[in-house]
Design a protein around this ligand. Structure first.
Ligand code: ZN
Length: 357
């Protein structure tokens, strides 16, 4: 064996050879690897961010990875959701299960659990049971605020990630020590103000950048190296070559944040949860999202025009757009009617993809 290919630092059999290069990195070492292998992680959302996070943490040898996702794979996911392939698409697999099948083939040492469900106030505590760390692979603020509430309420770290186009954000939240998500973004942006991957597009490398940052910070936390954790808001526009780390240390002011200062866990209590009603016989689901303020229909029409099957229509009361096999009807108070499905999870996913937040 050459000098450039050293012996495993642990006796054969103690650790699989697969981790030797990771353990050679001094801050990890054998102790760090041991900690990783006993760690339990909850990953909510297994799309573009989640599939990269799950891939990296499985290869790194975390002990237990629970993956929660409500969605089924579609062809438009494949350019960026790196765990999935055409066979998964042909099999109509839910993303969580397709991910599990890939991940157990990558590393059979890791206990991978796939949960095909919508993470919500009713089930999030159970989903997070035993988890040392919560990871955000979602596409909506409602679930992120739910994770934020749970993390702060139970003093567990979590890592936020978001991306669209060529831009991305990542933030580690260490409850009691660093600002929480609501310290920085107290309310979700109005739906017409921000695009989603399904309206303004996304480049494949963008989520890989964000998720790699999330996975790296996750490893620091799981091996107990909090001193190395990035406490700033990591932000970039990779197309414009702009990268920044924003100091958010002063985002939390006394009496300022309803969550980590006021300790009001409104999302965990379900006060802001999106409610749905399936309209029997009409192949439609009515959605009552958490929404404040007026929705700018004209701005929303501009955003949805490129992906709609026909020109979106709106008046002062109602907005309509035909997208994929759905008809989206949106009322000025934020209430929505999604025609084309009887499934609440599917309707919520469509709402998150095209309306946002
Ligand atoms: Zn806060």
């Amino acid at each position: 064996m050459s000098d450039s290919c050293p012996q495993p630092i642990s006796p054969p059999g103690k650790w699989p050879d697969r981790y030797t290069r990771q353990m050679l990195f001094t801050p990890v070492g054998e102790e760090g690897q041991r900690r990783l292998s006993s760690a339990h992680v909850l990953l909510v959302g297994c799309g573009a961010l989640g599939s990269v996070i799950a891939n990296l943490l499985t290869r790194a040898g975390v002990g237990h990875l629970r993956i929660v996702d409500r969605d089924v794979l579609d062809a438009t996911n494949l350019h960026r959701q790196v765990l999935f392939d055409e066979a998964d698409l042909a099999a109509d697999l839910p993303k969580a299960e397709a991910a599990r099948r890939k991940l157990v083939a990558i590393n059979s040492d890791v206990h991978i659990e796939a949960v095909v469900a919508d993470a919500n106030p009713e089930n999030i505590r159970e989903l997070a049971e035993g988890a040392d760390l919560l990871l955000d692979g979602t596409d909506n603020f409602e679930t992120r605020y739910l994770l934020n509430d749970l993390a702060v309420a139970t003093s567990r770290p979590w890592i936020y990630g978001a991306c669209v186009g060529a831009t991305g954000l990542s933030l580690v939240v260490l409850p009691g020590e660093t600002p929480c998500l609501r310290c920085i973004f107290e309310e979700a942006p109005p739906p017409e103000a921000t695009g989603t991957c399904d309206t303004v597009g996304i480049l494949g490398p963008t989520p890989s950048l964000v998720a790699s940052h999330q996975a790296l910070e996750a490893m620091k936390i799981l091996i107990g190296r909090l001193d190395a954790v990035d406490r700033r808001l990591w932000s970039f526009d990779a197309w414009a070559n702009h990268w920044s780390r924003v100091d958010v240390g002063k985002a939390r002011q006394p009496g300022d944040c309803p969550c980590c200062v006021g300790r009001r866990f409104e999302y965990l209590e379900g006060r802001h949860a999106t409610r749905t009603i399936t309209l029997c016989g009409r192949n439609a689901v009515q959605i009552f999202p958490r929404r404040t303020g007026h929705i700018d229909f004209a701005q929303l029409a501009d955003r949805l025009r490129p992906v709609a099957r026909a020109e979106p229509r709106c008046n002062g009361f109602v907005f309509k757009a035909l997208i994929e096999n759905y008809e989206l009807t949106l009322f000025a108070d934020g209430r929505a009617l999604i025609r084309g499905t009887n499934r609440a999870e599917e309707a919520k996913a469509v709402y998150a993809r095209y309306i946002g937040a």
